[in-house]
Design a protein around this ligand. Structure first.
Ligand SMILES: Cc1ncc(COP(=O)(O)O)c(C=O)c1O
Length: 449
C-alpha cells in the first residue's frame, strides 16, 4: 500500500532519521579530507536529482528550494540539458576558445549580446565561475577607463578571489586573514529600505544611499575621476535578497554618467530568469555598461560570462583570457538553458514567484519573528527578527528554521545574517511552492507557539 505521500513524487518523503546511515559515513570521510573552509548548514548528502527534487544517499526525497545556490535554473538534470551535454561531449569537449574558434561559443555570445538590457552592441567574455566573471569586469573597467578605484556596497557578495573579494562587503570572516585583497574599493550602504542606513522611510527617502557617494566620498576621500566602476547587484543576493527601489538605480545612473563611471551590474545570482525577467536589471530599467553572469546560466555546468558595451570592451589580444572559459559542453548547456528559460521558465518564475510572495506577505502579520518578506520572482527573502519593532536580528532562529525545514524534507538556506533565502529551480509547480510555504509556516508556528 502506498501512502498518499509516497505517490507524490514531486514532494518530499523521508524514510530515515537524518542524516541516514550512508550519509553519516560520507560526512565522516568528508570531515577528514575536505577543506574545512566549506560551510554546511545541515547534513544533506545528495545522490541524484530531477526537477526540484533531490534524493539523498539513503533514499530520502527532498524538495530543493536552494537550486544548488541559485544554479540549477531548469531544475536538476532536465532531460533537454542532459541531452545537450551528452551530444556536445560526444562531439567536442574542449579546444580552448581563447586560442581557437568553435561555433557554439559564438552562438551563445550572440544570444547574450542580444538579450542584455539596452540596444547598443555588446561583446562577451567567458570564464568558468561568478568570481571569474567579476575579475574580468574589474580588469576591463580599469583597462577601459584608465582608472583604478571602485565603489561597491555593504552587504554585497561578488566572489572570493583577491579582486572580487575586495568588492565583497558581506561578512568580515570572508576577508579575515587575507589582507591585502584588491585595494581601492570604497563601500557604501546599499538601498535596503527595511533597514535604511539613513533612518528614512520610503516616503522621506531622498536616495541618500546614492547622495552619500557624491556628498561624502567624492568630497572627502575619493576623487571621482579615479573611479572606474560602481559594482552593484540589482537584487542583493548573499546580503539577504534585498530589493532596492527603482529610484536607487535612476540616481546611480545619473551619478555614474556625470563622472563617466561605469556601472557593472552583478547578475550572477539575480540573472537568468530568476526574478521573473531574464535579468533583474530590467525591473529597474537599468542598462548596465558591464554585466556579470554565472550560476543559473548553464543549469549547473561551470560557466561565467561578462557582457559589456562593445565600445567598453576595447582591450587588446592577450589582455585577458582563460583556458577553460567558454567550454563547449558548458556552452551547449547554456544554450539549452536559455531556450527553456525563454520558452516558459522565466514566465513560470514570475507567476509562481508572485503566488508564493502573496502567501508569504501574510507572514509578518501572523508571526512576530518575521520582520520582512521581499523579493522578485523566485528570488525571495524572509527576514527573521527577535522583535518586529526593534528589528533586532535573530540569526539563531533563522538557523533553527533552516534546520527544521530540512527535517521536514525542504531544503532552504540562509542569506545575510538573518534571512531565509528561497531560490528554487524555476521549474517548480504551484503545488511545490505551496508545500514549501506550508512547511515554513509549520516551522514558524512551532517556534512562535
Ligand atoms: C552576486 C554574486 N556574484 C558573484 C558570486 C561568486 O560566484 P562564484 O561562487 O561562482 O565564484 C556570487 C556567488 O554567490 C554571487 O551571488
Amino acid at each position: 500500500m502506498h501512502t498518499l505521500d509516497e505517490v507524490r513524487l514531486d514532494l518530499p518523503h523521508l524514510v530515515t532519521a537524518l542524516p541516514g546511515p550512508k550519509a553519516q559515513q560520507i560526512i565522516q570521510r568528508d570531515g577528514a579530507v575536505m577543506s574545512p573552509s566549506y560551510t554546511r548548514s545541515y547534513p544533506l548528502v545528495a545522490d541524484r536529482g530531477e526537477g526540484a527534487i533531490i534524493h539523498d544517499v539513503d533514499g530520502n526525497r527532498f524538495l530543493d528550494f536552494t537550486a544548488g545556490i541559485a544554479v540549477v535554473s531548469t531544475g536538476h538534470c532536465h532531460p533537454k540539458i542532459v541531452e545537450a551535454i551528452r551530444a556536445q561531449a560526444g562531439r567536442l569537449i574542449h579546444m580552448s576558445g581563447t586560442d581557437f574558434y568553435y561555433a557554439n561559443m559564438v552562438d551563445l555570445a550572440e544570444k547574450l549580446a542580444m538579450l542584455a538590457p539596452g540596444d547598443m552592441p555588446r561583446r562577451v567574455y567567458f570564464g568558468n565561475s561568478g568570481t571569474e566573471a567579476i575579475e574580468s569586469a574589474i580588469k576591463l573597467a580599469r583597462y577601459h577607463t584608465g582608472r583604478g578605484r571602485f565603489i561597491a556596497f555593504f552587504g554585497s557578495f561578488h566572489g572570493r578571489t583577491m579582486g572580487s573579494l575586495g568588492l565583497t562587503g558581506s561578512k568580515s570572516v570572508q576577508q579575515k586573514g587575507f589582507f591585502p585583497v584588491m585595494q581601492g574599493v570604497h563601500h557604501v550602504p546599499y538601498a535596503n529600505c527595511y533597514r535604511c542606513a539613513y533612518g528614512k522611510t520610503p516616503d522621506t527617502c531622498a536616495v541618500e544611499c546614492v547622495k552619500v557617494i557624491e556628498d561624502q566620498l567624492f568630497r572627502h576621500t575619493v576623487p571621482p575621476e579615479e573611479v572606474a566602476a560602481i559594482f552593484v547587484e540589482p537584487v542583493q543576493g548573499e546580503g539577504g535578497y534585498v530589493v532596492p527601489p527603482k529610484k536607487f538605480f535612476d540616481e546611480l545612473r545619473t551619478l555614474a554618467d556625470k563622472y563617466e563611471i561605469l556601472i557593472a551590474a552583478d547578475e550572477v545570482q539575480s540573472g537568468m530568469g530568476r526574478t521573473g525577467k531574464m535579468f533583474a536589471s530590467e525591473h529597474f530599467d537599468l542598462v548596465p555598461d558591464i554585466m556579470t553572469l554565472a550560476k543559473g546560466i548553464a543549469s549547473g555546468m561551470p560557466l561565467g560570462a561578462m557582457v559589456a558595451r562593445a565600445d567598453v570592451m576595447d582591450w587588446r589580444p592577450g589582455a585577458h583570457a582563460s583556458t577553460f572559459g567558454g567550454n563547449p559542453v558548458c556552452v551547449s548547456a547554456a544554450l539549452a538553458t536559455i531556450e527553456l528559460l525563454e520558452q516558459e521558465l522565466v514566465d513560470n518564475a514570475a507567476r509562481v514567484g508572485a503566488h508564493m510572495k502573496a502567501r508569504l506577505a501574510e507572514f509578518p502579520r501572523k508571526f512576530p519573528i518575521v520582520g520582512d518578506v521581499r523579493g522578485l520572482g523566485l528570488m525571495i527573502g524572509i527576514e527573521i527578527v527577535r522583535d518586529q519593532a526593534t528589528k533586532e536580528r535573530a540569526p539563531d532562529l533563522r538557523d533553527k528554521i533552516e534546520r527544521m525545514c530540512f527535517e521536514r524534507g525542504l531544503l532552504v538556506l540562509g542569506a545575510g545574517p538573518n534571512s531565509i533565502r528561497l531560490s528554487p529551480p524555476l521549474v517548480i509547480t504551484k503545488d511545490q511552492a505551496d508545500h514549501a510555504v506550508d512547511t515554513i509556516e509549520e516551522c514558524l508556528n512551532t517556534i512562535c507557539r
